[in-house]
Design a protein. Sequence first.
Length: 42
Amino acid sequence: MRMCLRLRIMLRRTLTMWHPALMMRMWYRKGFILTLLLFLNH
C-alpha cells in the first residue's frame, strides 16, 4: 500500500517536471508553423 503511494507521488513529480517542457515543445512547434504561414502569406 505504501509502495503504491510512493510510486504515485513519484509519477506525479515526474509529470509536473515534464509538463512545462512538453508544453514549450508544443508551443514552439505551433509558433514555427504560424511564422511559416505568415511568411508565406507575405
